[in-house]
Design a protein around this ligand. Sequence first.
Ligand SMILES: [Zn+2]
Length: 331
Amino acid sequence: MLILLNSVIGQTRAKQFLTASFSRGKTAHAYLFRGPAGVGKKTCAQAFAALINCLSPVNGDACGRCSSCMKYHSGNHPDLVRIQPQGTANALKIDQIRELKKTLAYPPFEARFRVVLIKDIHLTMRRKEVTNSLLKTLEEPPADTIFILTGDEAGDILPTILSRCQIVPFYPLPYELVTQALMNDSVEQETAAALAAISEGSLGRARLLFQENLLQLRGEIIENLLYLAPGTPETVEKIFQLAEKAADAKENLEELLDLITIWIRDVMLAHKGLTERIINRDLARLLPAACRKWGHDSLRDKLLMIDKARRQLLNNCNRTLVCEVLFFGML
Ligand SMILES: [Zn+2]
């Protein structure tokens, strides 16, 4: 799919910077798009890659129609190299860098520049052999090659890599833009607004929460913890069901625990009368009941229980069991 810079949501400063450096013919040999996950770094990297080789750019953006743009569109541009983390370790492998070096030994097939997109560079920083090899490539770049690296702010990136790249910072998206983008995906407004706030301006995270039904499951768990009477057979049955559903979220279970943590913080804010700072606006109707049922100490205990569950999950304890213990404890 061809993505144009103009169609990238938000990130005005990054887009202006890229367009300006391209228009002035001052393209760097390596860029690092750095910022929170899910705010458009990879999308922007693809759009910029298309612009770099577009044969007739229009207003500082790719035209979308020339033969180069058409090849980007079909995903078959011979001079676009994409490298992404692989395998269970989810990191770049040394073979990928070796392969890249072989490719770079030859000039581009047809375009003015060969563009190398390297995704999620922050995931690879512990692999010394890979980073050293990549670093050498960045230090002695072929003149006709432009690297675009993307990396999440949360992960450490080696200073030696940073110093070889033009850093382009990316920021959380304004909540209105995330809400609007989700509504364009047919998410209803209240849910879209809640997702935008919970994901703190990360459209990628908001989409994940929605697609995996995590937001809905969070609501179901919270409502049940609030209204179930402890000790009845129905309650026991329901908790087992919820624990099973939560465990089915698999690698997203941590995300689900984050959502419950954010809700508990909201109840703490409601206790202090700071309702304007509440994030889970879609669950605002539950706040009065939550404040009546759970005092400050009880809420703090719940946060500690969630922390304990997180540690158990990191130690590979059985997910269903961890959730059962957690939910019974939180009743
Ligand atoms: Zn074009």
